[in-house]
Ligand binder design. Structure first.
Ligand code: E4P
Length: 219
C-alpha cells in the first residue's frame, strides 16, 4: 500500500518524507491556493520544489476543462519533472485527455471520482490512478469505503492496471479501512499518517520500561 501526502506545504512534505514512508504527493488547486501559490511560473516552480523532495508520484492538476486546454497544460506540467502525474477531472473531455496522455506515455490521475461507473470509464481510458473521494462521500451520507471496495473488486475482475488511490482520507480509521478493502494508495494530510503512531498502551509501556531501567541503574 502506497502513502501519498495530500498537501502543497513543503515543510509537511519534508516531514512525511523524513519519516521514510512516503511514496508521493497529491495537490489540487485549493491546496495550492492555501499555500498562496499562483501564476504559471510560481506554480511550476512549486511543483519542481515538491519533486525535488520526494522520489516519485507528484500529482499536478490541470485548471482547463476543455480537451485542448487540458492537453496543453498537461504537457507543460509533465515537462517539469518525470515524477509528475497529470491530474485530470472526471469529465467527458477529461476522459479524452486521459486517453491521449496514456498513448503518449504520460501518467494521469483521474480526480473527483464519486461512482464505480466513473472509475470504469477512467480505467478504460488508461488512467494510471483514479481518485475516489472517501470523506466527501461520507459527508453526504454515502459510504466512501464501500465505493473503494467496489472499485477494487471491479478492477480485479478485469485486471485493470489503474491503481485505486483513495482520496479525501480524513482520519486514521479511514486509512485502515482503505487498507482492509485493498486500496492501492491512500492520500491524506500528515496528521492522518502520524495518527497511526498513537496508542496509550505504547506510551505507558515505554514510560514503565524507562522507569524500571532507571531504578535498576540506581538513578
Ligand atoms: C485528492 O486528491 C484531493 O486533493 C483531496 O484528497 C480532497 O480531500 P478533502 O475532501 O479533504 O478536501
Amino acid at each position: 500500500m502506497k502513502f501519498f501526502i495530500d498537501t502543497a506545504n513543503l515543510n509537511e512534505i519534508k516531514e512525511a518524507y523524513d519519516l521514510g514512508v512516503l511514496d508521493g504527493v497529491t495537490t489540487n488547486p485549493s491546496l495550492m491556493a492555501k499555500e498562496g501559490i499562483s501564476g504559471e511560473a510560481n506554480v511550476k516552480a512549486h511543483y519542481k520544489a515538491i519533486c525535488d523532495i520526494v522520489d516519485d508520484n507528484v500529482s499536478a492538476e490541470v485548471i482547463a476543462t476543455d480537451y485542448e486546454g487540458m492537453i496543453r497544460e498537461g504537457k507543460e506540467l509533465a515537462k517539469i519533472d518525470n515524477k509528475i502525474v497529470v491530474k485530470i477531472p472526471m469529465i467527458k473531455d477529461g476522459i479524452k485527455a486521459i486517453k491521449y496522455f496514456h498513448n503518449e506515455g504520460i501518467r494521469t490521475n483521474c480526480t473527483l471520482i464519486f461512482s464505480a461507473g466513473q472509475a470504469i470509464l477512467a480505467a478504460k481510458a488508461g488512467a494510471s490512478f483514479v481518485s475516489p473521494f472517501v470523506g466527501r462521500l461520507d459527508d453526504i451520507s454515502f459510504d466512501g469505503i464501500d465505493l473503494i471496495e467496489q472499485i477494487v473488486n471491479i478492477y480485479a475482475n478485469y485486471g485493470f492496471a489503474t491503481q485505486v488511490l483513495a482520496a479525501s482520507v480524513r482520519h486514521s480509521m479511514h486509512l485502515i479501512k482503505c487498507a482492509e478493502v485493498g486500496a492501492d494508495v491512500v492520500t491524506c494530510p500528515l496528521k492522518v499518517i502520524t495518527g497511526l503512531l498513537k496508542h496509550p498502551l505504547t506510551d505507558s509501556g515505554l514510560a514503565q520500561f524507562l522507569a524500571d531501567h532507571a531504578k535498576a541503574a540506581g538513578k
